[in-house]
Design a protein around this ligand. Structure first.
Ligand code: SF4
Length: 353
């Protein structure tokens, strides 16, 4: 007897899934996760890897968009974002297991057990001991990316060893390898894996040449491989029709930037902005930059402050009331220094009530 089909939920350009969305994805959708890039080191050589050349295979660490200078920076960033979780990524975080464990323990210690942490790894270094240490540190969810056939054994091992950590798989959708991907999903389903996340295949500075050499066509303002989204959505429907127990979720590339990342930037900018700074819909901060006695008077009245060289940063709401207006936008970064250049600011501006 065939298994009953499961409902498919599709919001075009946002998600398509059958089954239950992984917890890590729910936090991402709210923009309430920080991203900790623990190391660029990785033992794999995936031709489709989109990680930038300045990071991949280098032992560098970042939290969100900024270099990680001290471990405590992850806590600082989580406070700034008002985060309720973290995504640990790389490279392969297990290539620097000690650092990864310290990050997980610190976040759990400061923010408590409910702070949700998920981690990506190919599984190459997922030994029994490494998995046990990750569980002890408090990891909530692990997403394995088997880059070679033998790594399925690593997934089996994770299922056997881990008790409180949810085990899933995450892979990009190569539009010419759909049958292979379906076979993998059926196998994972039989193994009892809880979920698989399918990512739209993104083109980047690093992988563009390899993708084109292999005959993939790339298009879009955020470049993606043509056919990857259609194939991903079709696989979700196929899995639902077959009544597979494994949850299958497709995540479009544009969603990562236009929703997840933007929401995180907006959350952070709203929390750290000064009273006169305005938050743009993209999550940037903006001020009106000007100089002159009118500007000085407005700053003294609390509409802004001096930001160097007799230049004043004022509330953009004063547009139209101050001559020589120049709006500057800048990302909400740690340290909060205004990246304002004095060059080009109007020589004289005055308050026009
Ligand atoms: S395993 Fe991940 S980080 Fe490593 S090369 Fe492959 S895609 Fe890139």
């Amino acid at each position: 007897m065939s298994k009953p089909a499961r409902p498919v939920r599709v919001l075009p350009g946002v998600y398509a899934y059958a089954g239950r969305l992984p917890d890590g994805c729910i936090h991402c959708m709210h923009g309430s996760k920080i991203v900790v890039f623990v190391t660029g080191l990785c033992g794999d050589r995936c031709f489709y890897c989109p990680v930038s050349p300045s990071r991949l295979y280098h032992d560098v660490a970042y939290v969100d968009e900024e270099p990680l200078e001290a471990l405590w920076d992850v806590v600082d960033e989580a406070y700034r974002v008002g985060a309720d979780g973290a995504s640990i990524t790389g490279g392969d975080p297990l290539a620097r297991l000690g650092r990864t464990l310290r990050v997980i323990k610190l976040l759990k210690e400061v923010f408590g057990d409910d702070f949700h942490i998920h981690l990506y790894t190919s599984g190459r270094y997922a030994t029994t001991e490494a998995l046990r240490l990750l569980e002890e540190a408090g990891l909530d969810e692990i997403r394995l990316h088997p880059t070679e056939g033998w790594m399925l054994e690593r997934i089996e091992r994770a299922l056997q060893v881990l008790r409180s950590v949810r085990v899933g798989v995450e892979v990009p959708v190569l539009p010419d390898r759909v049958e292979e991907l379906k076979q993998l999903i059926e196998r994972l389903d039989r193994m009892g894996v809880e979920f698989i996340n399918l990512n739209e295949l993104e083109a980047s500075e690093r992988n563009m040449r390899q993708l084109i050499l292999r005959g993939y066509r790339v298009s879009g303002s955020k470049p993606v491989v043509e056919g990857s989204r259609e194939a991903g959505e079709a696989i979700v429907k196929w899995a639902a029709e077959r009544g597979l127990r494994i949850s299958v979720h497709f995540c479009p590339a544009v969603y990562k930037d236009s929703v997840q990342m933007r929401l995180r930037l907006v959350r952070k900018a709203m929390r750290i902005r000064k009273s006169y700074e305005e938050v743009t819909p993209e999550g940037m901060l903006q001020v009106l930059v000007t100089r002159g006695p009118g500007a000085a008077r407005l700053a003294a009245e609390g509409y802004g402050e001096e930001c160097g060289g007799s230049v004043y940063c004022l509330s953009p709401r004063l547009r139209g009331r101050v001559a020589g207006k120049l709006v500057r936008r800048y990302p909400a970064l740690r340290g909060g220094a205004l990246p304002v250049e004095v060059e080009g600011v109007a020589e004289e501006s005055d308050y026009s009530p």
